[in-house]
Design a protein around this ligand. Structure first.
Ligand code: SF4
Length: 301
């Protein structure tokens, strides 16, 4: 661990490289400095659990028609203004989160009242639940909803045990993590859906992310497991023909059979100033992506 003096360390796991003093919390709200190590405070803390169709992850080419036990915690290392799951991604250890939808003159007070329940679920209990759900078509566990890799230790420990138990593991991630995390989790993941939010650093900087880190993550993941990629098409932000042409061309250089999901934006969280993505625009962009890739899926339409 990278010490910067006075007991403060630099967290190595994502491009923020937060400087964590003893017991302080990083940008992701999910890691702290405990005895000179960056450790997750949301290990085994569950905010959401559901048996979802695998297509909802979205994964279109991995055990189609099956179900997967989907589990989420709290915290994220990005701050996307259009987040679809902000109640948990931007939630703190005590369950509190900012809810701009509350609005009004007493907005600040109302915000403080927003709180979600958080449950303790050990890796062993999660594997038991997953096993119990086999009779309902379950094939394993998907780590999803918030950003799972802010607690990569939980993902690794559960996934390793699931493999020993003959079950499948799926990760839905923003892919904005360093090689340290990649090496810990890759041996235990069967399939991933990775967000490629845009193909410009300007866009990624607005979200608090880093395009080159995500590109490296996608390349590494594609070496070891089944990978599908998702781009949410936001009007006026990342929906130009040039950007989608460049994005899909780059993806095809890794492998042209990596499925790309182009999904429809709806106004959400702090991005309420525009309407949903135009469906004709989505179809045009889908055709452009198909010039490079074998599988392009339009989602949320
Ligand atoms: S994983 Fe969290 S604590 Fe570590 S650098 Fe990223 S945002 Fe900061």
């Amino acid at each position: 661990m990278n010490e910067v003096g006075n007991g403060t360390i630099k967290c190595p796991y994502c491009p923020h490289h937060c400087e964590l003093s003893e017991n302080s919390t990083g940008y992701c709200r999910a890691r702290t400095n405990l005895n000179g190590q960056s450790v997750s405070i949301n290990y085994g803390k569950v905010t959401s659990i559901a048996l979802d169709p695998i297509e909802k992850k979205p994964l279109a080419h991995f055990y189609p028609g099956s179900k997967i036990l989907s589990v989420g915690s709290f915290g994220c290392n990005l701050r996307c203004s259009f987040c679809q799951n902000y109640e948990i991604s931007q939630c703190q250890e005590n369950g509190h989160y900012d809810d701009p939808a509350m609005g009004g003159s007493s907005e600040k007070n109302m915000r403080r009242q927003q709180r979600i329940p958080i449950y303790d679920v050990s890796p062993e209990r999660l594997i038991e639940i997953s096993e119990e759900e086999k009779e309902n078509g379950n094939i394993g566990v998907a780590f999803t909803y918030n950003e799972p890799l802010v607690s990569w230790e939980f993902v690794r420990d559960v996934s390793q045990k699931l493999h020993e138990n003959g079950q499948k593991t799926v990760l839905v991630s923003n892919g904005c993590f360093t090689e340290d995390v990649i090496q810990e989790i890759l041996p235990f993941i069967d399939a991933m859906n990775i967000d490629l939010k845009a193909f410009s650093e300007v866009f990624y900087k607005k979200c608090g992310g880093d395009l080159e880190t995500v590109k490296h993550f996608i390349k590494r993941a594609a070496e070891c497991c089944h990978v599908e990629v998702t781009t949410l098409l936001i009007p006026g932000e990342n929906d130009s023909q040039t950007e989608i042409d460049e994005l899909s061309s780059w993806l095809s250089e890794i492998r042209p059979d990596i499925p790309l999901h182009l999904t429809r934006f709806f106004p959400m969280y702090r991005m309420m100033d525009r309407g949903p993505t135009d469906i004709d625009t989505m179809r045009k962009l889908g055709t452009i992506a198909l010039n490079h890739l074998k599988h392009v899926h339009l989602g949320n339409i």
